[in-house]
Design a protein around this ligand. Sequence first.
Ligand SMILES: [Zn+2]
Length: 270
Amino acid sequence: MDTNEQLIAFCQEALRIPSYSGQEQGVAELMKRKMEEYGFDEVIIDRFGSVLGTINGKRPGKTVLMDGHIDTVDVIDAPQWEHDPFGGEIADGKIYGRGASDMKGSDCAMITAAARFAEKTGRDFAGRVCVSCTVHEERFEGVSSREITRLAKPDLVIIGEATSTTVKRGQRGRAEVVVETEGVSCHSSNPEKGVNAVYAMTAVIDEIRKIVPNEHPLLGKGILELTDIISQPYPGASVVPSLCRATFDRRTLVGEDEAVILGQVNEAIA
Ligand SMILES: [Zn+2]
């Protein structure tokens, strides 16, 4: 079985292959190859491009899935990085790179852990251990992992997202709330002839920000955070915008369905 040095080298290799959402193929192939090298019983790449590896125990039992995503967010501030975002450099005992923490480090560790467990036990355990490396999590969270869940049918799932090396139980859900304001377009040299949709939106945002989020003892706050805003036409050269659209990221708690989420927003802006 591989050593810790080999695990570090594996992580560095994964970091040196850029894998923005939708461009994960190179890293997916690396993960598949490693699983095969480590003797996983079955390794597939599913229809979305996610990797799913399985190690079967000698006895029937439950399926444990260790799940991680292999895409990363973009590097938009490369000059500000002290280390090459795709260098996999080691400094002060840490590996640097885009996605080192979120979450290629964890992906590599989970693959290695599953392989070591299989070797240590001689596969004399009940059930199956699966490891998934999913795509497009940063843009479409949940889509590729749902497909993996359908394929692996796990009884238990361990997600390798960073939690400061502590165990966290459960996770908030996610919803997107889109709010639109309409105005009346006109030439911006005579704005009094129209209605500026963006000004209407700023008032709406002020009210939405006053919403007090529900709280759950384990999951924390059901936050609602503005993530983007755009006006139409865009760019609006000399035109008073007739439409403004704001998107909010809503992290949901147990029992918070569409009616609860939208009810809160509608009440705030009524
Ligand atoms: Zn992540």
